[in-house]
Ligand binder design. Structure first.
Ligand SMILES: *Cc1c(COP(=O)(O)O)cnc(C)c1O
Length: 403
């Protein structure tokens, strides 16, 4: 047997049946029409936003990085509760513009096309510049359009977020630019009829250790201060990045938000000329999602039991361990449709013809039968849109947002 991550504490059970937003899996599936089905519970997203507001200094803005989950209903319900949206393509930008004012949207990403730069400049969305050359292209496009581009500068920090699942700083990187390039680029922006909107410093993702986050935020604030001095004026906005993780795996603990907030209350400068923001994706929405998949077959092979489901890595790649993890570990899973006293150790697999399509590796679950429903938690971020949905041509997953 191998351990599983813990089911988030937000979920309740009724007579052995999993409840999502107060409804059973079968009721949700009946309403949606079929499995596989992603359900996103906005009550959990709202809870996370309230916790953030509670713990953090009041003046710290909260941005949602929509690549974590850009479902239109989730976006529409989340946008009024946050202060800004961060997007990573013109496609995401169009979705964000449907629910948020352009001056509250920023567009990062290491390779932006000219037509993407133009769309952002026309809309009045802030571009987080990833290189001086990208800044020059934006200024040329702004001149041609007769529009002042809104340009923030993404800096590749010379430190990393310790313990983060995906490091994005502290070494050579396609993201952002070296600190020494910032002040000369601001001078070019000034001379080239652009508006310098500030700094974007993102040092990593999926960190659970509050101490590491606090340390990185202090380094980020110090770097922002040095850069503003080099530029000769305060940055209108400093985006401190984010990187708050969620506990996917056995033994992991949630981020101690109170500790992060307490440290920021000490270190965040109170400046009328500089606003500060944090951008979060998975921490806001990851635990709000459950992937429901039905068992199609149950069989024994060489003494091991396999539950074969109608889902798989084509919808939920991350749970199979093939999205940015080195060692495969089990996400939290449960038998949604009933909980007997008797358990068995099973392999939960998807319906794809590849051994990579493993959703639960030798996990202990209540005894399940064909037609029962398996729930895979932590499915609210980097699910459908981060999975190879065209691979093997199976039906797409359904998605429902519970408001
Ligand atoms: C992906 C990304 C995020 C969101 O990361 P999470 O781990 O989901 O919080 C935030 N900022 C930038 C620049 C990103 O690329």
């Amino acid at each position: 047997m191998k351990p599983m991550g813990a089911v988030p504490a937000d979920y309740r059970w009724d007579g052995g049946k999993l409840l999502i937003g107060g409804q059973t899996a079968e009721a949700l599936i009946a309403r949606a029409g079929d499995t596989p089905l992603f359900v996103y519970d906005m009550a959990i997203v709202r809870d996370r936003i309230a916790r953030f507001r509670d713990a953090m200094p009041a003046e710290l803005a909260l941005h949602y990085a929509i690549k974590a989950n850009p479902h239109p209903d989730l976006l529409a319900a989340t946008a009024p509760l946050v202060d800004g949206l961060d997007v990573a393509s013109a496609g995401e930008m169009a979705m964000a513009l449907a629910v948020m004012a352009p001056e509250r949207i920023s567009f990062a990403g290491p390779g932006k096309r000219d037509d993407e730069l133009e769309a952002a400049i026309r809309a009045g969305v802030t571009l987080n510049l990833e290189s001086p050359a990208e800044g020059r292209r934006a200024l040329v496009i702004g001149k041609r359009l007769g529009v002042r581009p809104q340009l923030a500068i993404r800096v590749n920090p010379d430190f990393e977020l310790r313990g983060s699942g995906m490091r994005m700083g502290g070494r050579a990187s396609p993201f952002g630019m070296d600190a020494a390039e910032v002040a000369p680029l601001v001078a070019e922006i000034d001379a080239g009829a652009g508006d310098w909107r500030g700094l974007h410093i993102f040092a990593g993702s999926q960190a659970l250790d509050a101490g590491a986050i606090v340390e990185t935020q202090a380094q980020t604030l110090a770097l922002a201060r040095r850069l503003a001095e080099a530029v000769g004026r305060p940055a209108p906005l400093v985006n401190l990045g984010g990187g708050f993780g969620i506990p996917y795996f056995p033994g992991e603990q949630p981020v101690d938000l109170a500790a992060v907030g307490a440290a920021l209350k000490d270190t965040l400068p109170s400046s009328p000329r500089t606003a500060f923001a944090i951008e979060l994706g998975r921490w806001l929405v990851g635990e709000a999602g459950v992937y429901l998949t039905r068992i199609l077959d149950k069989k024994v092979s060489n003494g091991e039991t396999f539950l074969i489901t109608d889902g798989g890595l084509h919808h939920q790649l991350a749970a199979s361990g093939n999205f940015g993890t080195v060692v495969r570990r089990n996400y939290p899973l449960a038998l949604a449709s009933g909980m007997g006293d008797e358990t068995e150790v099973v392999n939960v697999v998807g319906c794809l013809c590849t051994p990579l399509d493993r959703l639960g590796d030798r996990v202990e679950l209540p005894r399940a039968e064909v037609n029962d429903v398996i729930a895979i938690f932590m499915a609210g971020a980097y699910g459908v849109t981060a999975s190879p949905s065209a691979f093997l041509g199976h039906v797409p997953a359904r998605e429902r947002v519970l408001d």
